[in-house]
Design a protein around this ligand. Structure first.
Ligand code: HEC
Ligand code: HEC
Ligand code: HEC
Length: 423
């Protein structure tokens, strides 16, 4: 707690510096005529909006797309995504292309208000001006929706602009993605999408006490809901380094692959965003991710779980799980499609933190419905059937069978997640 107070004070002091800081890095504005509402530009903007998953945040559950209202819970309070349809009073109808650019690139709203980084502008700042203009053209083409924005509900002092100014000074540097000359065009395209619009690091990077993400995709907890987004660098956790490139593309575009299926918040990312990418763009992302050097930190050795827990887990597995995941833990395909993911060698369940494996067993789930996997097979929820000790035993068992090895799971760890909402 004391550390946080000191951090807040430091941030406030830095804020004073920031207020007087010259804004030289803010790219000069461009004349209005540079953005054009041509069909090609609008279509490109629509595609980029998918890549940026703008709709997921800017739409309330059951609400009109882009009209805002979705609550984003943060450790500092709740932020509500605003209306970005072109309504003049309640949306961004009165915004120029420069205003829009200023939001995406500089994280600054219409009247100069500093925006909260729940809007991932630390990523969207990497977007080129041309792409930002295409996004603007697309949003302008939507039907305006008159829907007032909900005021944010952040706790003091996080609701102060001066604190945010300090935060930005520490953690935000505006800048369009700079292609790395040593790398090829495909790698650079992948990096542009992953680090920019895709904002993968918003979940897959660790966050510090002030909510800032690191620059590496070395794994992160999603605040409040608690899901863990695994490390994406080559050989860690999700272990993409030794996935076939084609299987990564398949996972991103269809939600299922021979090595595993997406679930929880990642199912939404694939369902609303990644499935709409071209194979070339998904392939570029895979190329980039596979090239990321793994965290050199050695993993702690794992003590094998107690035998009686493994025995109890095996019994439960053979009763409840074997029909779909198989006695060898290899899962099954149906009509040549991955249907039931393998549990053997599946990085999604052997991470040190067992939260994801516990929650999929408690809550069950479906991979997203995608063009490449139009009728996904689901997993039933076991929270009504199994008690905490039973879930702990079966999860420990699957984490330590068929060559898997991961720390055992305790009943209190299971209990902790029983009542937590999924998103
Ligand atoms: C993770 C959720 C999230 C995603 C993804 C997201 N936004 Fe936002 N956006 C927000 C939030 C929250 C705010 C409000 C920030 C504030 O008021 O300080 C915001 C603010 C904005 C604003 C400023 C609007 C205003 O009234 O001040 C614009 C413009 C915007 N977003 C456009 C986009 C576009 C375009 C995309 C896709 C490329 C996008 N956003 C993706 C959450 C998101
Ligand atoms: C809203 C949070 C969120 C965002 C944004 C997000 N992810 Fe994830 N991702 C998760 C979570 C949680 C998991 C763990 C669940 C799972 O394995 O499906 C995950 C898992 C994954 C996996 C491993 C799947 C497996 O079966 O091993 C890959 C690969 C992945 N994400 C790639 C990406 C990429 C690439 C992006 C950016 C385009 C991205 N994610 C953006 C939350 C997110
Ligand atoms: C009716 C078939 C079925 C049964 C029975 C079943 N599962 Fe699953 N399981 C699935 C499907 C389908 C998925 C993919 C779900 C998703 O992506 O949301 C899955 C996903 C998983 C995952 C996450 C792996 C990944 O890559 O998505 C784990 C861990 C898991 N199951 C464990 C179990 C355990 C333990 C049991 C028994 C208590 C069990 N399952 C019973 C069908 C089943």
């Amino acid at each position: 707690m004391k550390r946080i107070v000191i951090l807040v004070l430091v941030v406030a002091a830095l804020a004073a510096v920031f207020v007087a800081w010259p804004r030289a890095e803010f790219i000069p504005s461009r004349a209005q005529a540079a953005w054009a509402a041509t069909p090609a530009n609008i279509a490109r903007g629509a595609y980029l909006a998918r890549a940026g998953d703008c709709m997921a945040c800017h739409t309330a559950r059951g609400g009109t797309p882009y009209a805002g209202g979705r609550a984003l819970a943060t450790p500092f309070g709740t932020v509500y995504a605003p209306n970005i349809t072109p309504d003049a009073q309640t949306g961004i109808g009165a915004w120029t292309a420069d205003d829009f650019w200023n939001a995406l690139h500089n994280g600054i709203g219409k009247e100069g208000r500093l925006l909260y980084p729940a809007f991932p502008y630390t990523n969207t700042t990497k977007v080129t001006r041309d792409d930002a203009d295409a996004l603007y053209a697309w949003l302008r083409s939507l039907a305006p929706v008159n829907q007032k924005n909900r005021p944010h509900a952040l706790r003091f002092p996080y609701d102060r602009q001066i604190v945010l100014a300090g935060w930005r000074l520490l953690y935000f540097k505006p800048g369009v993605y700079a292609p790395q000359p040593a790398q090829g065009a495909e790698w650079n395209r992948g990096a542009y999408l992953v680090e920019g619009l895709g904002h993968c690091g918003a979940c897959h990077s660790p966050r510090n006490g002030l909510g800032a993400t690191g620059s590496r995709l070395s794994g992160g907890h999603i605040p409040i809901v608690g899901w863990y987004a695994p490390a994406l660098d080559a050989d860690n956790e999700a272990g993409l380094g030794n996935w076939d490139q084609a299987h990564i593309v398949q996972l991103l575009r269809t939600g299922v692959a021979p090595r595993g299926a997406v679930f929880g918040p990642m199912a939404e990312v694939v369902g609303q965003s990644l499935q709409y990418l071209t194979d070339a763009d998904a392939g570029a992302m895979a190329t980039y991710l596979k090239s990321l050097p793994a965290d050199p930190a050695p993993r702690r050795p794992i003590t094998p779980p107690p035998e009686e827990i493994m025995k109890a887990g095996k019994k439960l597995y053979e009763h409840h799980c074997v029909d779909c995941h198989g006695s060898d833990g290899r899962g099954a395909s149906v009509a040549g499609h991955p249907a039931y993911p393998p549990l053997a060698g599946n990085g999604a369940l052997t991470m040190t933190d067992p939260v994801n494996a516990i929650r999929i067993v408690l809550n069950g789930g479906f991979p997203p419905t995608t063009e490449g996997n139009p009728r996904p097979f689901g997993m039933p929820p076991y929270s009504p059937l199994l008690d905490d000790a039973e879930v702990a035993a079966v999860v420990t068992y699957v984490r330590n069978s068929w060559g898997n090895a991961a720390p055992d799971v305790t009943p209190p760890e299971v209990n902790r997640w029983r009542a937590v909402p999924l998103d």
